[in-house]
Ligand binder design. Sequence first.
Ligand SMILES: CC(C)(COP(=O)(O)OP(=O)(O)OC[C@H]1O[C@@H](n2cnc3c(N)ncnc32)[C@H](O)[C@@H]1OP(=O)(O)O)[C@@H](O)C(=O)NCCC(=O)NCCS
Length: 141
Amino acid sequence: MLSAIESQEDVSDLLLIFVDIWSAEAIYDIFSLLQNATCLLVKNDVTKKVSGYAFYKQDLRSGFTEIVDMGVVSYFRGRGYGKELVREICDRSDTGVRLYVQEDNVIARRMYEVLGFAVTVTVPNYYIVGLDGLRMEWRRP
Ligand SMILES: CC(C)(COP(=O)(O)OP(=O)(O)OC[C@H]1O[C@@H](n2cnc3c(N)ncnc32)[C@H](O)[C@@H]1OP(=O)(O)O)[C@@H](O)C(=O)NCCC(=O)NCCS
C-alpha cells in the first residue's frame, strides 16, 4: 500500500526504519530530505506500518524526476516493496527518472535494471574516494 506521509506516526515509523536501513548517524540526513523532497511510503497491508520509503524531486535543469534516496526495512525485503516504490515514481514522472547508486550495491542495481533503468554515467569517487557512483536512468517510452 503506497501513501504520502499522513500522520506523526508515519514520521516516527519512517525514522525507525531509516535507522535500520542506514545507521543511527544517518538520521540527520532525513530532516533535509523531508524539507527538500517528496516522500512516498510503502506500508505493510496487514500491520499498516511503514516498511519502505522513497524521496524524490523534480530536477528542473534536466527535466528528470530524481530519486534522491530510497530503502526498504531489512525484514520486509524481497516482497516487491522496492519495485512498487520505484514503479510509482516512474508512473508519476512525465519524462523520466534518474538516480545515483553505489557501484557495489548489486541488489539495488539489479532492482533498477529489472525496472528498465540503464547506467548512463559512472562518476568516480562520487560517494567517497574509491567508491564510484553510477547514474541510472529510466525514460518514458
Ligand atoms: C534495494 C532495496 C530497496 C530493494 O528493496 P526490496 O523491497 O527488497 O526489493 P524488491 O523485493 O522489490 O526486489 C526488487 C529486485 O531487487 C533484486 N533483489 C532483491 N533482493 C535481492 C537479493 N537478495 N539478491 C539479489 N537481487 C535482489 C531483484 O532483482 C528483485 O527483483 P525480482 O524479484 O523481480 O528478481 C533494499 O534492498 C534496500 O533497502 N537496500 C538498502 C538501501 C539501498 O540500497 N537503497 C538504494 C539506494 S540507491
